[in-house]
Design a protein around this ligand. Structure first.
Ligand code: BDR
Ligand code: CA
Length: 312
């Protein structure tokens, strides 16, 4: 099985992504770290534990990471994900397991001293990743892929006219990662994740196929449906983060380009990802940027991935 570390800010779509990864027969989730983002870090830790409980995998360590962006003020996305981050499902807290005593940085050090060829999947703002690159550059030798959900390449943002939420929340971290990562970054931007709409009839189909396994998903996505309907009159919810998991396992479902990327850290374009398509700056590409996706195939992988089995 392929070992992965997931860094997330759960979050409804982060939780769906984690559940798909936990239920995948091809992946071995060796640790989950939490960063400030959709919800404050302490709530994110609790949500990761709720997801692990749902997957019967409370043996996996959850590490608490950064609580604030590197320089800018922190703004959560609880309007989109609910006050509890899980669509105001207000599930019972996981009290029988304490999150690991280690913080995210110590957690990475331990996991990456004991494992090699690890994929690092970043589903939230890049604060933890930037800090790990700065503070412990050596551990990255054990990482073979760094896949990041973030940025908006050729479409409008979802948090400002030009910025996607993860990069907008901590633009300094995002840019630091692009400028300092020893690994090429595989970037899964909003342009492609936006194509992935989870609709009420998909949920109904899941419930028909496996009512028990769908219950958790049903509890957390209703709020997302309501939000998308109220904001945009869209019948369904965009689920961004699960594409990272499906792309990691099925790169043949996407098209991508290799280019140099930088992130704007000040001013009106704060958090905008800039892709130097024409190579004006004569820089070596630092990222593989997804451009197109077979959305139908990815959605069916997500839905079957949510249903397949308990990983225990
Ligand atoms: C990203 O921001 C968050 O709201 C989602 O979890 C996703 O990671 C999309 O912009
Ligand atoms: Ca996220």
């Amino acid at each position: 099985k392929q070992k992965v570390i997931i860094d997330a800010d759960p979050g409804i779509d982060d939780s769906l992504a984690m559940l798909v990864a936990l239920r995948s027969q091809a992946l071995d989730v060796i640790g989950i770290s939490i960063v400030e983002g959709n919800v404050p870090t302490a709530i994110g830790v609790q949500n990761a534990l709720k997801v692990l409980r749902e997957a019967n995998r409370l043996d996996i360590p959850v590490f608490s990471g950064a609580e604030l962006p590197l320089k800018h003020d922190y703004v959560s996305a609880q309007d989109t994900h609910g006050d509890d981050g899980l669509g105001e499902s207000n599930m019972t807290l996981v009290t029988d397991v304490k999150p690991s005593q280690r913080d995210a940085q110590a957690g990475y050090a331990k996991l990456l001293s004991e494992n090699e060829d690890v994929w690092f999947l970043a589903l939230g703002p890049l604060t933890n990743v930037a800090l790990a690159l700065e503070q412990q550059p050596d551990i990255w030798q054990q990482v073979s892929r760094l896949i990041v959900m973030g940025g908006a390449d050729q479409t409008n943002g979802n948090t400002s006219p030009v910025a996607e939420y993860n990069f907008w929340v901590d633009p300094d971290a995002a840019d630091y990662v692009f400028q300092n990562s020893p690994l090429n970054i595989e970037l899964v931007p909003l342009d492609v994740t936006r194509k992935l709409e989870f609709t009420p009839n998909m949920l109904q189909m899941m419930q028909y196929l496996d009512a028990e396994k769908s219950a958790f998903v049903a509890q957390i996505v209703q709020f997302y449906f309501d939000f998308h309907w109220q904001q945009e009159h869209v019948l369904g919810a965009v689920i961004n983060d699960p594409l990272v998991i499906i792309y990691a396992l099925h790169p043949e479902l996407v098209q991508s380009i290799d280019k140099y990327v930088t992130v704007v850290t000040e001013g009106v374009a704060l958090g905008q990802s800039i892709v130097d398509r024409e190579n004006f700056w004569q820089k070596k590409p630092n990222a593989t940027i997804l451009q197109a996706v077979d959305a139908k195939a990815v959605m069916s992988h997500i839905i079957s991935g949510l249903l397949i089995r308990d990983a225990a």
